[in-house]
Write a protein that binds this ligand. Structure first.
Ligand code: 76R
Length: 248
């Protein structure tokens, strides 16, 4: 048996993708719609306020394409709180005009491949910030789930820790060459969801997602072992942005 990788976990994360039933929404009279938007904005205000005392983080995005219209991302110290925010949304009148075409439950994860043995990462404030991250306020987000392949000679989970570390080092070097242009949050989902990781990327230039993901495809760890789920790309929404998205 190969040695399992040790991981460090931080905040739990819920990616809540929502699709709006526009016919239903437009059939509601304007003053009722106005009230539903107000109720939604108040809840969002409550969700955002967790960032003030570092009790979590929240982001909202408009998603392109047919797969979803909105994405709400919640980070919280416990999975119980994630369940609470999910229910808070579902109890809003606005929820009645939405459906959930996709969601992803995971936890912020750092693996030990590139952490020198013997270091205590929890005593390092920079490390803590990576485990309990405030979502970057960039204009664009990209999300996709992924696995590491287990097929014949390409079985990630049968490799020695040294082989895996070597490949992850090369992966990290490519990632670092994008420093300042993209931020990534890797979340582990083994035991929580249908894929092993969620990849959340943040940038002020959407082309950076394409360039980075392309470059990684040519790197051994992604080329041989990466299996990818659906990709979502979106634009960050302010409360005003959300209001105008929902207005005529
Ligand atoms: O050096 C370090 O501090 C961290 C090195 C590092 C690890 C351990 C790192 C760096 N990643 C790590 C782990 Mn990553 N990452 C992805 C994807 O599309 C694809 O091909 C893959 C999706 C991207 C785009 C990305 C970006 N990374 C992981 C893991 C866990 C693997 C495991 O444990 O087996 C996955 C699934 C994964 C996937 N990675 C970086 C980036 C970027 C931009 C960096 C540099 C970050 C930085 O230096 O700030």
């Amino acid at each position: 048996m190969s040695q399992a990788v040790s991981t460090y976990e931080g905040w739990y994360v819920y990616h809540d993708f929502r699709k709006i039933d526009w016919n239903k929404w437009k059939s509601i009279n304007p003053s009722e719609r106005e009230q539903m938007i107000q109720e939604l904005l108040e809840t969002i205000q409550k969700w955002s306020s967790v960032e003030n005392n570092r009790k979590g983080s929240f982001g909202q995005y408009a998603i392109l394409g047919h797969k979803a219209d909105l994405l709400f991302v919640h980070l919280r110290p416990t999975i119980d709180e994630l369940n609470e925010v999910k229910l808070q949304f579902d109890k809003l009148d606005f929820a009645d005009v939405t459906s959930t075409p996709y969601s992803f439950t995971s936890v912020v994860e750092l693996s030990s491949y590139t952490i020198p043995p013997g270091t205590d990462p929890f005593s390092d404030p920079a490390f803590r910030e990576r485990l309990e991250p405030i979502l970057p306020k960039t204009q664009y987000v990209c999300f996709y789930p992924m696995n590491k392949r287990r097929l014949g000679d390409d079985n990630w989970y049968m490799l020695s820790v040294e082989e895996r570390r070597k490949m992850m080092k090369s992966h990290g070097m490519i990632g670092r060459s994008y420093a300042g242009r993209v931020r990534q949050i890797i979340t582990g989902a083994i035991g929580f969801d249908d894929w092993e990781w969620g990849v959340s990327l943040f940038s002020d230039d959407p082309l950076t997602f394409k360039k980075l993901v392309t470059e990684m495809r040519f790197d051994e760890v992604s080329a041989r072992f990466g299996e990818f789920g659906p990709f979502y790309v979106g634009c960050r929404l302010t409360s005003d942005g959300l209001t105008s998205l929902l207005s005529d």
